[in-house]
Write a protein that binds this ligand. Structure first.
Ligand SMILES: *[C@@H]1O[C@H](CO)[C@@H](O)[C@H](O)[C@H]1NC(C)=O
Ligand SMILES: *[C@@H]1O[C@H](CO)[C@@H](O)[C@H](O)[C@H]1NC(C)=O
Ligand SMILES: *[C@@H]1O[C@H](CO)[C@@H](O)[C@H](O)[C@H]1NC(C)=O
Ligand SMILES: *[C@@H]1O[C@H](CO)[C@@H](O)[C@H](O)[C@H]1NC(C)=O
Ligand SMILES: *[C@@H]1O[C@H](CO)[C@@H](O)[C@H](O)[C@H]1NC(C)=O
Ligand SMILES: *[C@@H]1O[C@H](CO)[C@@H](O)[C@H](O)[C@H]1NC(C)=O
Ligand SMILES: *[C@@H]1O[C@H](CO)[C@@H](O)[C@H](O)[C@H]1NC(C)=O
Ligand SMILES: *[C@@H]1O[C@H](CO)[C@@H](O)[C@H](O)[C@H]1NC(C)=O
Length: 268
């Protein structure tokens, strides 16, 4: 009882305080995607009643604003139809392809005579995160336990934060960690351990899994030259080099004579 009164007081205070500063909400936009700036039912009803409304946007200059759209008794003028679409059913303004420079304060104003109501929307624009990459920064084997340091990074995305978690639904996973760097230590009898790194920001998230077994690594994305690559590339090169060396040695005056005679033998 006492608590609900408290809550009511807090809510009322916030409302009054919010009204005093102009009603404002934050909308998150995704770079390159459409963003809808909608207005509450109360403002839709007022617009129906008043018949007059305008959508505006702040500019860098505090003394001027861009007028995006004017609405009058069911008709409207969209001053930027290639970038914005207006939905007259609910008076929402849709930004067709959100750009960084769209991150501004928007205002929806409906008025009649001496009365004016303003709804403010602060648009925040974020680039979505790309699939993260996991890099093995270091690893060591000691006393049958493996110690690895992993670095998880997403190439693109604004305000990205990283978290690690085990794939199995257990709270005490050795993978559980916040931040891009993970120091992981596990006993070798843990046949396989999988840790998922999630890169996220306010508009998106993406995860990749790191699988390890017996201190050997399989990575996704960032491929590093491993022992197989060394065998596949370095060994053939070494063999060719040795052959060239031997051939050059034979190719001295004497060697050349022998070689020509040998060739002749074959020809005749
Ligand atoms: C709305 O537009 C139509 C067609 O252009 C016009 O006939 C009508 O008078 C306009 N209504 C108002 C209130 O301006
Ligand atoms: C507003 O109306 C448009 C067109 O009818 C609709 O696509 C959109 O979802 C509506 N938005 C909201 C927030 O009601
Ligand atoms: C390995 O284990 C032995 C005995 O338990 C201990 O003395 C030694 O310090 C350990 N080495 C490492 C690198 O942890
Ligand atoms: C982790 O990777 C990012 C991106 O490649 C790099 O900027 C950062 O320095 C790395 N962290 C460490 C500790 O190596
Ligand atoms: C996002 O990052 C920018 C630049 O680092 C910073 O100014 C802004 O406050 C951050 N936004 C949030 C919501 O963390
Ligand atoms: C990571 O951060 C979240 C939110 O701040 C928190 O709830 C969670 O307990 C943290 N996890 C770890 C492993 O620190
Ligand atoms: C792995 O080895 C550790 C240390 O010897 C032991 O405590 C643990 O029970 C073993 N786990 C499994 C799955 O065998
Ligand atoms: C790691 O293991 C998980 C689950 O077994 C699997 O979905 C994922 O594809 C594996 N990733 C790699 C890089 O092998």
């Amino acid at each position: 009882m006492g608590c609900s009164v408290c809550l009511w007081l807090v809510v009322s205070f916030c409302r009054v305080w919010g009204m005093g500063r102009g009603t404002r909400e934050t909308v998150l936009g995704t770079l390159g995607k459409a963003t809808v700036l909608w207005i509450p039912q109360e403002f839709q009803d007022l617009t129906q009643r008043f018949g007059v409304a305008v959508w505006k946007r702040d500019t860098e200059d505090p003394h001027s604003k861009d007028v995006l759209l004017k609405y009058l008794d069911g008709n409207y003028t969209n001053y930027n139809p290639s970038q914005n679409r207006f939905h007259s059913s609910n008076f929402s303004l849709e930004i067709l392809s959100t750009k960084r420079q769209d991150q501004r304060l928007y205002e929806y104003i409906t008025s009649k005579d001496t009365e004016e109501k303003v709804w403010q929307i602060q648009l925040e624009v974020y680039e979505p995160v790309s699939d993260p990459d996991i890099q093995v920064l270091s690893w060591a084997l000691a006393n049958d336990s493996c110690t690895v340091t992993l670095n998880c990074t997403a190439a693109r995305g604004d305000n990205v934060s990283y978290s690690w978690a085990g794939l199995e639904a257990s709270t005490s996973s050795p993978c559980a960690h916040n931040g891009s760097l993970l120091h992981l230590s596990y006993h070798l009898n843990a046949t396989s351990l999988a840790c998922a790194c999630t890169a996220s920001n306010p508009v998106s998230s993406s995860a990749v899994t790191f699988n390890s077994s017996a201190c050997s690594f399989e990575q996704r994305g960032s491929a590093r030259p491993g022992p197989n690559l060394v065998l596949a590339v370095a060994v053939p090169i070494a063999v060719v080099l040795i052959f060239v060396g031997v051939f050059t040695a034979i190719h001295t005056a004497h060697g050349l004579k022998c070689f020509t005679r040998m060739l002749c033998f074959c020809d005749c």
